[in-house]
Design a protein around this ligand. Structure first.
Ligand code: SF4
Length: 259
C-alpha cells in the first residue's frame, strides 16, 4: 500500500509541469487521505490506507503556515508562479474551505501579488454554493472530468458516494460560470479489478467533446500518468497520442493543451 504524498499543510515550492513554481496547500491530513473519489491513478494512494490521526488543519493553522512561508519567500526574493490547493485528498471537503480561500487571496495580494491561486478539485462539491463561489473567486479553478461515460467514470474515479454520477458532475460543471473553469482530463488505459479501462477510444473522446461543449471551459488540460499509481495495471498515454487526441478536441472549437 502506498503512503500519502504530502506530510505538511503548506509544502514546496515544487516544480509543476502545468503550473510552474508552485507552493502547495494541503487541506487533508498530513498522515492520511480523505477524498470523495478513489481514483485508480491517485498519486496519494487509495482511500483504504486510512485518514491518519492528524486530522485536517484548522483555518488558523493554514493561515499561520501560509503567512510564514510567503513572508520567507518574499524576503528571499524567490519566484513563485502559483499557490495551489492540492494535497492528500479533495480540498473542497474541508469544512472551512471557502474561508481559507478568502484568507489565501488576501495573503497572496499582500505577500505574493504576482502569484495566481489555483485549486485542483474533483468537482463533487459544486452543489455547495459556498464551494462554488470560492472556486469562482480563484484565478484558476482546475476541475476534474476524466470520462463522460458512466461506467468508465465509475471504474476510473470510483466515487465513494454512489449517488455521485457522471451526469451529476457534468451538470454541476455546466452550471459553473462559463469560460472560468479549467477542466483537467487524465487519459489512460489499463485494467482494474479485472475490468478494462480505456478513456481514449473514439466514443470516449466524442463523449468528452460533447461534455466540454456543455461546460464551455476556459481551457481543457490533457495529461497522463506521471508518478507511481496504486493500480499497477495502468499504461501511460504518450505525448504524440495525447497530441492527436488534442487535435480532435481543438477541431471542435475547444481550447485544449497537453501536459
Ligand atoms: S480526486 Fe484527486 S485526490 Fe481524490 S482520489 Fe482522485 S486523484 Fe486522488
Amino acid at each position: 500500500m502506498q503512503t500519502v504524498l504530502f506530510h505538511e499543510t503548506v509544502f514546496g515550492p515544487i516544480h509543476s509541469r502545468r503550473l510552474g513554481t508552485s507552493l502547495g496547500i494541503n487541506l487533508s491530513p498530513t498522515d492520511g487521505k480523505i477524498c470523495s473519489f478513489d481514483c485508480v491513478y491517485c498519486e496519494a494512494g487509495y482511500n483504504a490506507q486510512g485518514q491518519g490521526t492528524s486530522g485536517v488543519p484548522t483555518r488558523k493553522q493554514v493561515k499561520t503556515a501560509l503567512t510564514r512561508k510567503l513572508q520567507q519567500l518574499s524576503d528571499e526574493g524567490a519566484k513563485l508562479d502559483v499557490i495551489t490547493f492540492s494535497g492528500n485528498g479533495e480540498p473542497t471537503l474541508h469544512p472551512e474551505f471557502a474561508d481559507i480561500v478568502a484568507d489565501t487571496l488576501r495573503l497572496r495580494d499582500r505577500l505574493a501579488p504576482q502569484a495566481r491561486v489555483c485549486v485542483l478539485t474533483n468537482a463533487t462539491f459544486l452543489a455547495n454554493p459556498k464551494v462554488t463561489a470560492a472556486l469562482a473567486a480563484v484565478d484558476r479553478p482546475i476541475l476534474k472530468l476524466d470520462s463522460a461515460n458512466g461506467l468508465t467514470f465509475y471504474h476510473i474515479n470510483q466515487p465513494v458516494n454512489r449517488k455521485v454520477t457522471v451526469y451529476s458532475v457534468i451538470g454541476a460543471l455546466a452550471r459553473f460560470p462559463k469560460g472560468k473553469a479549467v477542466v483537467q482530463t487524465m487519459l489512460l488505459r489499463g485494467e482494474h479489478l479485472g475490468k478494462p479501462i480505456d478513456n481514449t477510444t473514439e466514443a470516449e473522446i466524442d463523449a468528452l467533446i460533447e461534455a466540454y461543449r456543455e461546460i464551455q471551459p476556459a481551457e481543457v488540460q490533457l495529461y497522463s500518468i506521471d508518478r507511481a499509481t496504486p493500480e499497477h495495471n495502468l499504461t501511460k498515454i504518450e505525448r504524440p497520442e495525447l497530441e492527436r487526441i488534442a487535435e480532435r478536441i481543438k477541431a471542435a472549437g475547444i481550447n485544449v493543451n497537453v501536459f
